[in-house]
Design a protein around this ligand. Structure first.
Ligand SMILES: *Cc1c(COP(=O)(O)O)cnc(C)c1O
Length: 371
């Protein structure tokens, strides 16, 4: 029997959400409505009024996102736009927020640079000791699991329950696994935020993000934030993300399956000093990942012998783009120390793409053999 948090969304039904509501002669592909104004004589009623408030292309994108999350969703122009909306909509002066010290670094910057100045107390804990000290007195607990780039995991169900019992709410950044790989809302988390710039869009040609929650009051506040702050997605980006979502299932499946194959082989390669991939039985995240996630993801990390060797490897492999960000169809990699993450200089984050796995492995193996 499948438990709710292990049941992936029906992506077949998602592909036909629009088609099943069409009238004869309508376009099958989603039209791009690039307009700030709408023809509105008399009372506006329920029609789109103005481009900062609503847009038919976003609406349809949100229809797909809501299907994937099984919860109401709001689209944002970037992952940070979504994270800002969730935090600014739920925090006020005098509140306390807890964030991971080893998660996506711009979330920490947002908290330290802006939330702090508005009278919010910001505390940080490492992912591996996230529950130590409990959650009493925290209004918002922000989670990221697996952490980027360390790939350590937090027990979402246990933390969500403890935070709720202590009177706070949880927000989980689900960027790295997507709703196909992990379902925080089904594990009791209050709000999901994500950068759809990564695997959701999948083609490295857009920035987008979304907020999802089954809490109507929070979603109203997030919608107010979007409309009032003007942090709105452009219709063209919304259209591109919608198009990306139509192939998410195929891409994500290929990427996760390839990552599992590569992780096993990389672990056995003499040039690799250390590897992290939640799908490896020896990985510190494996037990939790097995219980909590649907897939182990497409991100892995390897540590080589030296910074020079790591750079040489990234630049020598013709099937690896030396680039920041992840989740695209092209395999990409970078040394995370260059952004100041607390990692070894030879630590490489590898985002496995959609290349055929044997062709990819041959290229990676050749590069590792020759550095
Ligand atoms: C990239 C990323 C973000 C920020 O998303 P943008 O779309 O770049 O604003 C947030 N969280 C995680 C885990 C990310 O990887």
């Amino acid at each position: 029997m499948s438990t709710p948090h292990k049941t992936p969304p029906r992506t077949g039904a998602m592909l036909h959400l629009r088609g099943n509501a069409l009238d004869k002669g309508d376009a099958v592909a989603l039209p791009l409505t690039q307009s700030s104004m709408f023809h509105l004589p008399g009372q506006p009623e329920d029609f789109a009024t103005y481009g900062r408030v609503d847009n038919p292309t976003w609406q349809h994108l949100e229809y797909l996102l809501s299907h994937l999350e099984d919860a109401p969703c709001l689209a944002f122009p970037s992952g940070m736009g979504a994270i800002s909306a969730a935090l600014f909509a739920t925090l006020k002066a005098g509140n306390r927020v807890l964030i991971p010290s080893d998660g996506y670094y711009v979330t920490r910057l947002l908290a330290e640079r802006f939330l702090f100045n508005l009278g919010v107390t910001v505390e940080q804990r490492p992912t591996t000791a996230f529950s130590e000290g409990g959650f009493d007195g925290f209004d918002v607990v922000f989670l990221e699991t697996p952490s980027n780039p360390g790939l350590d995991m937090i027990d979402l169900s246990a933390v969500a329950q403890a935070v709720r019992a202590a009177g706070g709410i949880t927000i989980a950044d689900n960027t790295t696994l997507t709703p196909l790989g992990q379902r925080p809302l089904d594990l009791g988390v209050d709000v999901v935020v994500a950068s759809d710039t990564k695997a959701m869009g999948g083609h490295s040609d857009l920035l987008m993000g979304h907020v999802a929650s089954r809490n109507a009051e929070i979603m109203q506040a997030v919608e107010d934030w979007r409309r009032i702050s003007g942090c709105i997605p452009g219709p063209h980006e919304a259209w591109l993300l919608h198009r990306g979502l139509e192939t998410l299932d195929v891409r994500f499946d290929r990427m996760c399956s390839s990552a599992q194959v590569l992780a096993k082989r990389l672990a056995a390669h003499p040039a690799v000093k250390q590897i992290r991939y939640p799908g490896l039985e020896t990985d510190p995240s494996h037990t939790l990942a097995k219980a909590q996630c649907i897939r182990f993801g497409f991100l892995l990390s390897i540590t080589l012998e030296s910074e020079d060797k790591a750079e040489a490897f990234i630049n020598a492999c013709p099937l690896i783009r030396p680039a920041t960000s992840f989740g695209g169809v092209h395999t990409s990699a970078e040394r995370r120390l260059r952004w100041g993450d607390a990692v070894d200089p030879a630590f490489i984050r590898l985002s496995v793409g959609c290349e055929p796995v044997e062709e990819l492995w041959q290229a990676i193996k050749h590069a590792l053999d020759t550095i």
